[in-house]
Design a protein. Structure first.
Lengths: 269, 261
């Protein structure tokens, strides 16, 4: 069931896929994801499967299979584990092999700071190619708080940095960064549920800086649709968060190969 | 469809608000709060929520006796829409919380539900410390709200001692806690699950097929969560309209009507 008045399809920039150790959920495959997207009114998603984030060595088989079977509907992040010592050659090979939409890093869980030297080749490659980078960010600890995010934004101005969870615990700092840096974006994944936060993001950073992401299948897309749908912001801002900002960012950052694969991007041209 | 929120807070936090992610992981963030009943009603109206079971933040941050008094003043403003709950303490140290005295005060002030924060208030929620009160709550079917902010072990242990107790598991955080909660719902017939933080993918479908919809209570955990989150999740779930109506308000109304205070 769709919410009355929500007459456009949503884009989700922050999804995963597959089982995870810490919680139960009943469905999590690429086929499940496709079905769930239809039900929740999501036309396009970008996924970083758990198996590429939480095991080594990474195979990228799940995400590349999903991208090949659901072209233009399920896109993928190339997940980087610092233990893999990812370099430009590895990234070039991956982005040539498959139509990845961006790069995903998970500093907290990998116990490696976002601005650690091990990520430098990755960030340099992303910067050179004007790519989308989704980093888990969180306001506690020393791996991906505002301090590390600033360091990346200062050094790599061509990256579009999606601050996953908008540095929960330091959301005010994240909003300030989104306002200050033209290449920094807020992600409402989980954090958008906090009462008044979406309104504050829109008011202070601008509606063009707020994006919709859910962590599916960790968390429910419907729940966060509700956070936007019932927020005390105007209808245009809601549509920007749920759809238009993601389309704009993807069009600015995607490869020619991805653009050709993805009808929703072409139709928005 | 009538929406009856099983869990909302009046009052501002002492510090940045504690955000539940799961039972071992909280963060602190700024959220917009409802300073009083009027403000909470404004939020409810904006989201199409008719009634709410409420508690006061000062019960937790300051002291239960102070917060309980504030609760009475707030619900007096809108008794047609707000149902009050009080926080309990051991009667052996805090005499106004002795079972007989406390129940009499609940009747006088129209309070329907109770809450326990044993870790915050530094006692054990067990027969030794709270036996008289828990036995009375069990007998009178007075709902006892227990937050997973203090973990799950104390919920399992109190239900082992008082298996007929009416318990509302609340403030469940964003990560699925089904591996903890489903066994409790399966074992104990008077345990309810308040859905304010319920973000499990296919969660309503899974819960209804596994344990039925009769003991799911729509809640918001406001202001941790904006009220629209839980409402949208329920409205968009692929379950029958009858189940949605029971969860949205029917189950909570039935639970409250069953109180023998």
């Amino acid at each position: 069931m769709r919410l009355a008045g929500l007459d456009y399809q949503i884009i989700d920039l922050h999804m995963h896929m597959g089982s995870i150790y810490c919680m139960h959920y009943s469905l999590s495959s690429a086929d499940d994801m496709s079905g769930y997207m239809d039900r929740a009114g999501i036309a396009l998603s970008i996924s970083a499967p758990n198996e590429d984030l939480f095991t080594m060595p990474q195979t990228y088989s799940m995400v590349e299979d999903a991208m090949s079977r659901y072209p233009g509907k399920i896109l993928g992040y190339y997940s980087v584990n610092p233990l893999s010592h990812t370099n430009a050659e590895m990234l070039e090979e991956a982005f040539t092999r498959a139509p990845y939409a961006g790069i995903k890093v998970l500093p907290d869980y990998h116990a490696t700071a976002l601005d650690d030297a091990v990520f430098a080749p990755v960030m340099e490659y992303a910067d050179k190619n004007h790519m989308l980078v989704l980093s888990h960010t969180w306001g506690t600890g020393a791996f991906n708080s505002a301090k590390q995010v600033v360091s990346i934004l200062d050094r790599y101005p061509n990256i579009r940095l999606l601050m996953g969870h908008s540095i929960q615990g330091q959301v005010d700092e994240a909003i300030e960064l989104a306002k200050t840096y033209k290449n920094a974006y807020l992600d409402i994944c989980d954090t958008g549920r906090l009462n008044g936060v979406i309104e504050k993001m829109v008011k202070k950073a601008g509606p063009e800086k707020v994006t919709y992401g859910t962590d599916w299948p960790w968390l429910s897309p419907e729940y966060l649709v509700g956070a936007v749908f019932y927020a005390r912001i105007d209808e245009q801002a809601k549509r920007m968060i749920l759809r238009d900002n993601a389309l704009r960012i993807l069009k600015e950052t995607c490869s020619k190969k991805l653009f050709e694969t993805c009808s929703i991007l072409r139709s928005a041209d | 469809m009538l929406f009856f929120d099983a869990n909302a807070v009046i009052g501002r936090d002492l510090n940045r608000h504690i955000v539940m992610n799961h039972e071992h992981f909280t963060t602190h963030e700024y959220v917009e709060c409802a300073d009083n009943a009027e403000s909470l009603i404004d939020y409810m109206d904006a989201c199409g929520i008719e009634k709410a079971v409420v508690w006061c933040r000062s019960m937790y941050d300051l002291a239960p006796d102070v917060g309980n008094k504030q609760m009475v003043q707030e619900i007096k403003k809108r008794p047609d829409r707000l149902i009050g709950s009080w926080t309990i303490l051991p009667g052996i140290t805090d005499k106004e919380f002795e079972a007989e005295t406390f129940l009499k005060a609940m009747r006088k002030d129209g309070i329907k539900c109770v809450r326990a924060f044993p870790a915050q208030n530094r006692y054990l929620l067990n027969e030794v410390t709270m036996g008289d009160q828990l036995a009375a709550f069990e007998e009178l079917a007075i709902p006892l709200y227990l937050s997973i902010q203090e973990g799950f072990e104390y919920i399992f242990s109190v239900l082992k001692e008082f298996p007929k107790l009416t318990v509302v598991i609340s403030d469940t955080g964003c990560w699925s806690s089904s591996r903890y909660i489903y066994p409790l719902l399966h074992r104990y017939e008077n345990v309810y699950y308040e859905t304010g933080g319920f973000q499990e993918v296919f969660g309503y479908e899974q819960a209804c097929s596994t344990i039925g919809c009769e003991r799911l209570l729509f809640g918001t955990d406001f202001p941790t969560n904006s009220m629209g989150c839980a409402k949208a999740a329920l409205l968009m779930a692929n379950i029958s309209d009858d189940c949605k109506e029971q969860i949205a308000s029917g189950n909570l109304i039935r639970m409250i009507e069953g109180i023998r205070l």
